[in-house]
Design a protein around this ligand. Structure first.
Ligand code: G3P
Ligand code: MG
Length: 252
């Protein structure tokens, strides 16, 4: 059973606002999204920040890698101008800021641990430790639906998260679901499989559901495709098209 929202705003606000910015999270919330996916990595001083790419240049004005800067330096950088001039004041958010915003608005979080290459273990550990301390009360009450779900393409990061915060559930991210998916999922104690919908087959979806795992697809932007996937047993999806696939799309 999937105790979480079924449609998540990808990278905060999908394509309606600059990804992984507070403006993005605010625009998803304004459209009624009660679930969100976003990406977290570590700055040089080991403070987690919300960012997708491990380097500057695409979404953030500047050069070099995220890991070359301390969090307070990243938090001053422009993460909105690339999207449009109207968002020029947007900054790289700290993980703490995003978590506070989501908690304040009761938005459930799929926290994608996105380590810079070579920093898998420490990123998994730090993100898990931080999340665990913020959600101590919910974890003690075993409020499954309120506790975030970690996901990552990195098994090493998920291993570290499992050690640091065993009570926070984990999902393994695949582009295409590999033949040994169950072995991997079992090893890291995953509760769900997250995969690219373009490579999912109805047979794989059925096998994953029959084995008792949750199943989330990224990034689904076509409503007809979303319906088809739901028919295969897919529990949830994240979307960039908050305008086409609204929060209640799969439950209505
Ligand atoms: O977590 C699902 C999805 O966000 C994974 O891909 O590159 O958009 O982070 P990416
Ligand atoms: Mg992501």
């Amino acid at each position: 059973m999937w105790p979480y929202p079924r449609v998540l705003a990808h990278r905060g606000g999908g394509k309606l606002a600059p990804e992984n910015t507070m403006a993005g999270f605010a625009s998803g919330f304004a459209l009624g999204f009660a679930g969100v996916e976003f990406d977290v990595m570590l700055a040089r001083d080991k403070v987690p920040v919300v960012m997708h790419d491990p380097y500057l240049g695409r979404t953030v004005n500047g050069a070099g890698h995220v890991y070359d800067y301390d969090a307070h330096e990243l938090a001053r950088m422009d993460a909105g101008s690339w999207f449009s001039r109207a968002y020029a004041g947007e900054r790289v958010p700290l993980f703490d800021e995003v978590v506070s915003f989501c908690r304040r608005h009761a938005i459930w979080m799929n926290i994608e641990i996105k380590p810079a290459p070579g920093h898998e273990e420490e990123t998994g550990r730090v993100v898990a430790e931080t999340t665990r301390s913020v959600f101590a009360e919910e974890i003690a009450q075993r409020g499954a639906g309120a506790i975030p779900l970690f996901s990552s393409f990195s098994e090493t990061a998920l291993d570290a998260a499992m050690v640091a915060a065993p009570d926070i559930p984990r999902a393994i991210l695949f582009k295409a679901v590999p033949p040994d998916w169950e072995l991997v999922a079992d090893r890291i104690g995953a509760v769900a499989i997250h995969c690219n919908h373009n490579y999912l087959t109805p047979e794989a979806a059925q096998a994953i559901k029959a084995a008792g795992y949750g199943l989330l697809c990224y990034t689904v932007n076509n409503p007809a495709r979303a319906r088809l996937l739901a028919g295969w047993g897919v529990d949830a999806l994240c979307t960039d098209r908050l305008d086409l696939i609204p929060p209640a799309f799969l439950t209505a």
